[in-house]
Ligand binder design. Structure first.
Ligand SMILES: C[S@@+](CC[C@H](N)C(=O)[O-])C[C@H]1O[C@@H](n2cnc3c(N)ncnc32)[C@H](O)[C@@H]1O
Length: 216
């Protein structure tokens, strides 16, 4: 019924989160989306941006995928249903309220091939012993990427847990475009063994970085 009514007018339910402020689940045109006060988090434009990123990497070479920032899990749905990626996914999400919404509202919960870790992504990449062939970095608080994720320590730790020939898809947001030097500094923070493609204004808004680690 909610779904049908949403074609006439969107219905929004609000949930409190200590980390992300008020979270909104809205039925719009028969589809549920997850938003914060100022940003779409999942099942809207952010999902499309990451889907465009996924078309730039070779998923056939990926056995173990790390997603930093699970949100409502929209890109997990895209990976499984659109890209037919059935192998292992590990996802790290800091906000327990989001993890609960992902499960209750969007049917995303831990399974044999999906491990959901409630943790700070910064700490996770510092201590992880596991290696990945693809790392998707989609870390936002409302419209902002916390600046710690642009810094050298984080980038170097990503490089350590990425396998040779592996790739990263980094949604660096909207703000970074205002300063082209920041993109240069950010890519150099990963070290010399990387090649980057920069895609500005993907889906009209965010900049995506696609990085490939060399074989040696
Ligand atoms: C845009 S949403 C992610 C959307 C998701 N990738 C999808 O496909 O639906 C950004 C997420 O990053 C999470 N986040 C922000 N800071 C984080 C941190 N330090 N560690 C882990 N997750 C964090 C937020 O709680 C939020 O769920």
């Amino acid at each position: 019924m909610n779904k049908l009514l949403s074609y006439l007018w969107p219905t929004t339910r609000r949930f409190p989160s200590e980390i992300n402020g008020t979270l909104e689940v809205t039925y719009v045109n028969g589809k549920k989306v997850l938003d914060t006060k100022n940003a779409n988090y999942s099942y809207g434009s952010l999902q499309k941006i990451l889907e465009i990123g996924l078309t730039k990497v070779d998923l056939k070479k990926v056995d173990n995928l790390l997603l930093l920032g699970m949100g409502g899990g929209s890109i997990i749905k895209s990976l499984r249903e659109t890209f037919e990626y059935q192998k292992n996914i590990v996802t790290v999400e800091i906000d327990p309220a989001i993890i609960k919404l992902a499960k209750d509202e969007f049917g995303i919960s831990t399974s044999q091939k999906l491990q959901i870790i409630e943790s700070d992504a910064f700490k996770f990449v510092k201590t992880s012993k596991e290696k990945f062939q693809l790392i998707i970095i989609d870390l936002f608080i409302d419209t902002n990427v916390p600046s710690i994720f642009y810094e050298k320590e984080f980038c170097e730790n990503i490089s350590k847990i990425l396998q040779k020939n592996g790739s990263i898809i980094f949604n660096v947001g909207m703000e970074i475009e205002k300063d082209s030097k920041t993109i240069e500094t950010l890519t150099s923070n990963f070290g010399s063994g990387f090649k980057f493609q920069v895609y500005p204004k993907v889906n009209g808004t965010n900049t995506l970085l696609i990085g490939k680690k060399s074989a040696s």
